[in-house]
Design a protein. Sequence first.
Length: 763
Amino acid sequence: MRSWHAVCHYVRQKVCRLCGLCNLVIALAFAGLAPSLLSQPVADLFDVSLEQLEQIIVTAQKREQSLQEVPIAIATINGEKIADSAISDLQALSAYLPGVTINQAVIDNNLFIRGIGSGVNLGFERSVGTYVDGVYIGRGQLARTPFLDVQRVEVLKGPQGILFGKNTIAGALNITTASPTDEFEGFVEGYVDPRYGEEQINAVVSGPLSSTLAGRLAVSYRQLEGYFEHLLTDEDVVEREDRLVRGKLRWQPTEALTATLKFERAEFEDEERAQIIRYAGPGSDFGFLVTEDKPVSGSRPGAFQFNDTESDTIALTFEYALGDHTLTAISAYLDYTADIFDDVLTTPYFEVPGDDALFTLATDERFDQLSQEVRIASPEARNISYLAGIYVQRTDLEVIRTIVWPFGGLFGRRSQQDGDSGSLFGQLTWRATERLRFNLGTRYTRESKDFDREQVDLSSLPSSVSGTIDRFRIDRDESKLTWALSTQYDFSDNAMGYVNVSTGFKSGGFDESVTRGLAPGERPEDLFEFEEETVRSIEIGGKLKFADGAAELNVAVFRSEYDDLQTSAFDGIAGFVVANAASSITQGVEADLRWRALPRLFVTGAVTYLDAYFDDFDNGPCSQWHAANTLSCTGNRRDLSDESLVFAPDLSATLGIEYSLALAGGLEAWANLDVIYTDEFFTVSDLDPFTRQDSYTRIDLRLALGPLTGTWEVALVGKNLTDETVSGWLNDLTLSTTPGRQNTYSALLEPPRTVALQGRVRF
């Protein structure tokens, strides 16, 4: 086990050399925020008459509060930044958030914060909870939903198990979309990348419909011809098409009552993937593909793979003033269907004598969720204030898979998971003095899950997936009490420090990816069920204002200890190895800065040092490289204790610079520069050295021109100008134990360098 003292020493050597935060962190953790930090010598560094920074309002504690008052490490990105940078979805957003990784894998999506996430398995619930306008979005497939008319995204780091619920063991993404306005307004914006055939148009109109009713309508359409070309066909990949429409109605018949109805429909379709083959060593027939820039996608020229998803969301939110209290009720229904076809062999060069070597996987995923949350909040200005509520949810997930095996054979599998969850939660704040506050929160959760599965027609498959007909039903029930305690102290009007201790859990479940059937005498629970994971966490942080409000610096030191962490690793054949790691630890230092350095110069920055590793995991998965080159594997297992977690770079950082310039004729020009750095990290939990993504530095630049009135704007947007090759998913090639495919890996590429034209008209 790594000592915290050793970690601090490493931070002093590596991180503080870059940003000079070490002494500040030590002072914060052990001596508090000394008033001398705001003394005149420091203030002299900012001796420029500047306007104060605009206050950032967040709802991280289910209330509207200033970001600088909330005792949680929170990263925020506003809607203007999302629109200007053409951030299309959560995956694109995560590039601007150190310590956060969101990307697409082959059959699901990865969401990780501080090295903790769920991995790729349709049976897993997310370790990072996503909430859109207060509604829980618990499935990874919906992480691909396009952004449209977003007001703000809050990234709450660390366990958020009290006010947000059970499946927020790594953190929560709190997304707020724009609301109807009291005045008529609207805009139309477009984005065109002629080189790669990307076109997007968004339109929004908002305003009053009567004296008590207001509405907002937002629509978006995006198409992409593809960033890459197929190696043999020269056809574009990946082709993508997104369609999204959202309508909101806000009814306010009295000052005491506000009701908001939202309907949203999203459709997003992908054809092919930007998937390449990487050759690692002798024994593979694919070594000659290493020098190719074009990805291989599909088992032969003309073959295809796709992912078509449609989702609907209906949410009704009531806010009612009960005297000086506020009653909030959120009723929501959402569903989605995902039709996925995968040419599993990945490459056109796999051949079996006398056979066309088809290996395809068709997945039909159906999900629906019904939820109800009711909570009451007291006025915040009292010496004792509170928030309490109840949450109930029902989910149904059906996954139907049809598999064509390359050695001959066809089989189908259907699984159905039904879940019921209910919880009571509350948070109490005691203002002991004018400067000192204590926050205590607790949540009791009870849930049940049923798992029905049947798998048929396995007679012609290899003995490794033996069995003919496999039908069973299992269920599980669990309950958990979680708590959180934080202490805040205002050292001055410009400096707040806090200590936050919390617990959390993510429910257990059933492994949907298991391919083989039950052996004689084997219980379904032994093969398919995995247990819940739990966490204990401590975070010490501070939030500072400088230069009469023209600069803000937030810092946090954290350590989280996880038990029974749920992990999933590809077995190199056609399935995944799911296991509960005995324990793991994630710890480190974070800091972010906002600074109005000059009247027209705005600087932002964020840095995360992360030390995330398996503390005890003696039954971890064994990679094909370790099996062939070391003696560390026993069967398909290896001791991964003290080894790194996936998607956990030691150091990640961003720097943003925005500069505006007044021109003649009432015009104004803007330049936005973003520098994004990420250390190397593993993408698969078996820690095969060839699944490591190298460190990279990415540069984005936006140059814009428009009138001071803001009625129109044109811009040139460049992304990944350093043309870095980044693989968010890098794994063993399917059937990697087959001769000719050994020591070979497949990777999904993120977009290369792009340059696009952007325009916006407001009315």
